[in-house]
Design a protein around this ligand. Structure first.
Ligand SMILES: Cc1cc2nc3c(=O)[nH]c(=O)nc-3n(C[C@H](O)[C@H](O)[C@H](O)COP(=O)(O)OP(=O)(O)OC[C@H]3O[C@@H](n4cnc5c(N)ncnc54)[C@H](O)[C@@H]3O)c2cc1C
Length: 460
């Protein structure tokens, strides 16, 4: 059943006819997100321009029991903003204003549809720094980042989105507007309600404004790339760097398949006769940066690095960082379907997990390129496959299952940053356990008794 005409008329009254899409050709761009092999046409797409409109839409949705899938830019990698049949897609991309930059309190207030890049640029223009930098930051929205609790390349030193959220404006399922958090550095009044909504994947409420913490901009930065003939040498270098009490802002890794695809794509002059590449960045006081860079170079060489390249200037640093930032796009060019996963393990288990993924690729005769946030234990085994080949897709599914089972066995998690969505919901009960699943279900029922917010995502 399509969205009823009465509901559509009311939506048009709330946001204006221009902000409601119903034509099939207009709906197609909203029928998928960044997750491979998942597609579903929505009933309509509605663009909200302010909080009152979001409140009106959610009130109407609850009254008419119409499912609502909130969407930022649709770059999610677990199917979180994938429509469900005949739903209302509520798109916040047009609520993209930076509302305030408070230099006295080092905070920034933005609407949920502002891009991560716009927030980073606004902070930089004031000489400040917003560290979370998902690879998708040029287009991902801050509302999407908060809803997925996104990480990025600087997570090792600076943490993830959650560490920068000081307050949220949220519209609850029935249309009530809630503000949680403030500009205080310390606040322990009541439950930490804002934390409940971080990573809630559009299932508990719609985030309309985000208050973020900013920090001073690091004075200096150095970028190094080290290549290794063996994977274990790269993994050992990571362990040794951490054991030496150096916390680089970036400690990223590419395997052989990914290095070749990236070089073919970005032409940054990477050595091709190696099994692993580490991108290392340190930032902070110039003297500390120089010292840490020298120590990281020494650790890499001690572990048998074939080559260590230290960027001479910002241009070269940006080029080397491109090698990592373009990994997903580079892999996506070589096969019709690219399925990117984010199994995550304690850092001490990384080498084991990387070997396990390579073994799974061989066992199931699959092509997997692995890269990721090595300093965080967050790997992205990326399946290069073809969704039209059903027999191969069955092997991909079996391979996934083995990888997630192994991640859990090693004390890790089924997702380090991309969320559960639909892609991982079958793995969540095993990971979370009965009591945690029950608590999550009860919370969801309490906040959305009519079950209209992103139904079928995370769990049924
Ligand atoms: C090339 C590429 C690189 C990426 N790199 C990274 C990375 O380094 N780290 C990382 O963590 N992720 C990464 N991602 C995944 C993705 O970009 C993030 O999850 C991002 O935060 C999603 O933002 P979005 O605006 O596109 O959200 P969407 O995909 O539109 O939505 C994501 C989820 O959030 C919900 N949602 C969106 N906005 C709101 C809101 N205002 N209120 C309530 N719920 C909302 C949706 O319902 C959905 O469940 C990458 C993706 C791509 C394609």
């Amino acid at each position: 059943m399509a969205v009823p005409q009465m509901t559509l008329s009311e939506l048009r009254r709330l946001v204006g006819a221009d902000n409601v899409l119903t034509a099939q050709e207009d709906l197609i761009p909203y029928s998928f997100d960044g997750t491979a092999a998942l597609r579903q046409m929505p009933g309509c797409v509605v663009f909200a321009r302010n909080t009152d409109q979001v409140a009106g839409i959610l009130k109407l949705a609850t009254q008419t029991k119409s499912p609502v899938v909130t969407r930022g830019s649709g770059t999610g990698l677990s199917g979180g903003s994938l429509p469900i049949p005949d739903c209302i897609v509520l798109c916040l991309a047009k609520m993209d204003r930076i509302l305030e930059l408070d230099r006295a309190n080092l905070t920034l207030l933005a609407e949920a549809g502002a891009t991560t890049q716009a927030i980073s640029d606004a902070a930089a223009a004031a000489g400040l720094f917003y560290p979370p930098d998902p690879g998708s930051m040029k287009i991902s929205t801050i509302g999407g980042n908060v809803s997925e609790n996104s990480g990025g390349l600087r997570g090792l030193k600076y943490g993830i989105t959650r560490n920068y959220v000081m307050g949220l404006e949220i519209v609850l399922a029935g249309g009530e507007v809630l503000w949680t958090g403030n500009k205080c550095v310390k606040d322990v009044a009541g439950y930490s309600v804002k934390d409940l909504f971080i990573g809630s994947e559009g299932t508990l409420g719609v985030i309309t404004k985000v208050l973020l913490k900013l920090i001073p901009k690091p004075a200096a930065k150095k970028t190094l790339v080290a290549t290794f003939a063996q994977m274990d040498q790269a993994a050992q270098s990571v362990s040794d760097i951490i054991a030496a009490q150096i916390i680089p802002c970036t400690l990223e890794f590419l395997d052989r398949t990914t290095i070749h695809c990236v070089e073919d794509f970005a032409k940054v002059g990477l050595p091709l006769d190696c099994e692993a590449l580490l991108l290392m960045e340190t930032d902070g006081h110039p003297a500390a940066v120089a010292q840490e860079a020298a120590r990281m170079e020494e650790v890499a060489r001690r572990n048998g690095a074939v080559e260590v390249r230290v960027a001479k200037d910002d241009d070269e640093a940006a080029r080397l960082a491109t090698a990592r930032r373009s990994a997903f796009s580079a892999l996506a060019r070589v096969a019709p379907t690219t399925i990117l996963e984010d199994a995550t393990v304690p850092r001490s288990e990384l080498a084991k997990m990387i070997r396990f993924v390579a073994g799974v690729a061989a066992k199931y005769r699959l092509r997997i390129g692995t890269f990721g946030h090595m300093g965080d234990g967050n790997l992205h085994p990326t399946f290069l496959t073809d969704e039209r080949n059903q027999e191969e897709m069955r092997r991909v599914e079996e391979a996934f299952k083995e990888i997630f089972d192994e991640a859990i066995r090693l004390g890790g998690t089924i997702t380090g940053e991309h969320g559960v969505g639909v892609a991982k919901k079958s793995f969540l009960p095993k990971f979370a356990g009965d009591a945690q699943m029950r608590v999550m279900r009860e919370l969801r029922r309490a906040l959305d008794p009519a079950g209209v917010l992103n139904p079928g995502k995370m769990f049924d």
